[in-house]
Design a protein. Structure first.
Length: 148
């Protein structure tokens, strides 16, 4: 029987057997190769959840969802890299790079929202969007001619 000994700062729980019991055990060679007559096991505090996720991923539904990832999540990373300058950091320093990432993520979200609203407007599901587009077009005036 393994008893709980404590949790490390890195998030690992340690379990250990009773050395006196392991010393007398006939199966000790199968259990541990350690010089000390004690079996030790470490598990991360989130290990149970990782196992549940792996079990879900290996089901038929999990395999289909994982396959659809290429078209959704991975596609957005590819767009960020190709269209929004994420191949290289434009700035130096953690705060500036984070700001660049957040701004490009906001741009991607706005593009998704505009596409969704436009799709709904074409189907006739969102007449308010059409009014908003007309209003925005009326407010944006073309720039005047330059004086020479």
């Amino acid at each position: 029987m393994l008893r709980y000994r404590g949790t490390h700062r890195s998030g690992y729980r340690e379990y250990a057997s009773d050395p006196a019991q392991c010393e007398r055990c006939a199966c000790r060679a199968q259990c541990t190769r350690s010089r000390h007559p004690q079996k030790r096991v470490t598990r991360h505090v989130w290990e149970r959840y990782k196992e549940q996720i792996d079990a879900n991923r290996l089901t038929e539904l999990g395999k289909r969802l994982y396959a659809s990832r290429k078209e959704t999540v991975e596609r957005s990373f590819a767009d960020a890299r190709e269209l929004h300058g994420h191949r290289y950091a434009r700035f130096r320093g953690l705060a500036k790079v984070q700001a660049q990432c957040l701004l490009s993520a906001a741009c991607q979200n706005m593009k998704k929202m505009a596409l969704l609203l436009a799709r709904k407007a074409r189907k006739g599901e969102n007449p308010l969007f059409l009014r908003w587009i007309r209003l925005a077009g009326a407010l944006i005036k073309p720039p005047g001619r330059l004086l020479t």
